[in-house]
Design a protein around this ligand. Sequence first.
Ligand code: K7E
Ligand code: CUA
Length: 667
Amino acid sequence: MKIPFKRSAGLAIAGIAAIGIIYACAGQRTATTNLVTGDAAAKVYVAPGSYDEYYAFMSGGYSGQVSVYGLPSGRLLKLIPVFSQFAEDAYGYDAESKPLLETTYGFIPWDDSHHPELSMTDGVPDGRWLFINANNTPRIARIDLTRFETDEIIQIPNSAGGHASPFTTPNTKYVVSATRFSVPIPNTDVPIDSYKKSFKGTLSFITADQPGKMDIAFQILMPGYNYDLGHAGKGPSDGWFFFTSYNSEQANTKLEENASQNDKDYIAAVNYKRAEECVAQGQAKPMAVEYFHNYVDPGSRTAKSEKKTSVKVIDPVNCAGVVYYLPTPKSPHGVDVDPTGEYIVAGGKLATVIPVHSFTKLQKAIADKAFDKTVDGIPVLKYDAVVAGEVQKPGLGPLHTEFDGKGFAYTSMFISSEVVKWKLGTWEVVDRIPTYYSIGHLMIPGGDSKKPWGKYLVAMNKITKDRYLPTGPEMAQSAQLIDISGDKMKLLLDFPTIGEPHYAQALPASLIKDKQVKFHKLAENTNPWVTKSEADGGITRAGKKIDIKMIAIRSHFAPDNIEGVQVGDTVNFHVTNIEQDWDILHGFAVLGAQTSELILQPGETRTLTWIPRGPGVYPFYCTDFCSALHQEMQGYIRVSPAGSSVKLMANVSKKAQAQLAEAQKEK
Ligand code: K7E
Ligand code: CUA
C-alpha cells in the first residue's frame, strides 16, 4: 500500500535510504517523546462543548473519500464519501446517489483520491466548496460545504491518472487535471514501445464556478511525459498555471531507473489567458471523446448522469506562447507558488537542492527568447534565466512546500523524514523538525493561498510504525500537528487518519460553521417518490416492479404492513423522512437486503431496491436510534409465491384514512 507510492515516485533508490532512516528514528523513541514541550497538551485541548478553530479536510487516498477533522484537537468530525461507496449513509448504494459514480468505464465503486482543494475568492479559501480528484479513473468532484456532501463529479477524457488535480485558479474559474500517465490520444491499440511516437499528455482546464455545471473548457496536448502536480499563479502570476513533469526521458519501462536519467525535467508554465484567446480564435480543435458529468439535482436530491461527446484540444504548435518549459532538477514532484505569486517552488524529489523559479525572470526570459530548444512547439527556457535561487542542503527527498504568509516556506522531506523551514528570498534554512515517519504532503491552513493562516502545520506521514498501539500489519496513517506561530516549530499532537491523506486543506471554522443546512424542507422535496404525509403512502405494481411509498417519523413507518408482493418482483422502498428538525435521522433496513441500508436525512427521500428470494414475511426496521421508541420502529412485508392471488395492500393509520377520505370529498 505504501510501497507503490515510492515506486511510482521513482524513489526506489531513495526508498532504501529511507528505510534506514525510519529504523534510525524508530530507535529513538525517548528522544521523540521529548520533542513535545510542556504546554502542548493545553494548546490542543478543546474542552467538551467547545469548537475547534479550523476545519481540516483530508483526502482518504486509496479509500477514495474525504475526512474532516477539527484542529487543533485532531478530532474526526465526519467522513464525506466521494469516489467510493460508503455503507454508513448508503452513498453509491441507494438509487439517488448511484449515478454519481457512473463513468464511461461503467459504475466504479472505488477510486483513489489525492488532493482536496478549497474554492477561492481572490486567491483565498472562501468555504463554498471543496474539490478533490479521482486518481485512477480521472475525475473531479465538488463537495458542497453547507452540507458536506458530494454534489457533482466530472470525468476527464484523454487522461490516465488524474494526479495533478484539482488545483484551483484564484477565483475558482477553473480547476485543473493533468495526465500522470501519458497514453495514446485518442487511446488506441498500439505497441507500448511506440511510446515516444504515439503517447501524449494532456492538461485539462475545467470550469468550476457554477455548481452543477462543471465542464471541460479546453485541453492542452503535451509531450508524452508524466505530469505530476500543479498550482495556479496568483497576484502578478495570476493567469498562469504551473505543472511539474518527470520522465522527460519518455521511458515506458522500469521508470525508477529509466526516468531518472536526465539531470533536469520540466515545470510546464501555462498561460491560460493565452489558451482562452486561442479557443476564442478557433485554434482549438474539437475532438470526439466520451465522458460523464454527474450532478445532484437539489430538489429531488437525486443524481443525474449526462454523457458528453466532445472536447476542445489546443496543440501548442498552433497556439504560440501558451506553454513554456522551465528546466527543473530532478524528477520534480510538488510545485507550489508563494503567497506573493512571485516564487514557484519545485520539490525535486531526487534533487539535492530546492529550486525556486522567479515569475519576473520567467517573463523576462520569454521576452528575451532565452530558450535552449523547443519541444513539440514548447520553448524550453534557460535554467539560469528563470531560477531565483536554490535552497542548499535542505535535507533529502523534498516533495511539497506550503507557506506561512510571514516570508517563510516549509518543505516536506520524504527521505530524511522532516519538515524544513526556510526563508523566501535568502533561501536559508532556518529550522527543521523531524516527522514520524516519511512525510508526504504537509499543510498549513490557507498555506497555498494568498493569505495563509500560518499558526499550525499538519504533517501527513506515510509510515506509522511505533507511534500508536499496534493493530497488526497495517497501522493507521499518521498526521502530526506542529505549532508554527513562533521562530521554532513545535510538535503538539499525533493523530491517526483514515486511508492515506496525501493532502489536506484547512480554513477557519468561522467561514463555514454558520452556513450549515440543518434539514431539507419537505415542501421543496421534488423527488418523484416523495411521501409528504402518512396519507400519501402506498403500494403500486407495474409488471414485476413494486414501488412502495413510505414515511418515517419518530417512531414509526407508514405503511408498516405490506402484502401482495410475489417472488420474482423487484421491490423499491421509497422512504421519506418527514422530520423537520436538525440531526433527526432515520434508517431503513429489510431482512435479506442485498445492497446497503438507507440513512435518511430530515426531509429527504431515498430508495432501497430489494429482490425477495422466497415466500415468507420479512421485517424491516429503523437502523438509527431516533427516540425512546426506536426499537418499536418496525414493520413487515409479506412475500407470496409467483402467481399468488394475495391482493396488493399497504396499511395506513385510521387517522390517515380519515384524512384521505376528507381529501377525496373535497375533490
Ligand atoms: Cu505527494 Cu498524490 Cu500530492 Cu501523495 S502526492 S505525497
Ligand atoms: Cu427512526 Cu430509529
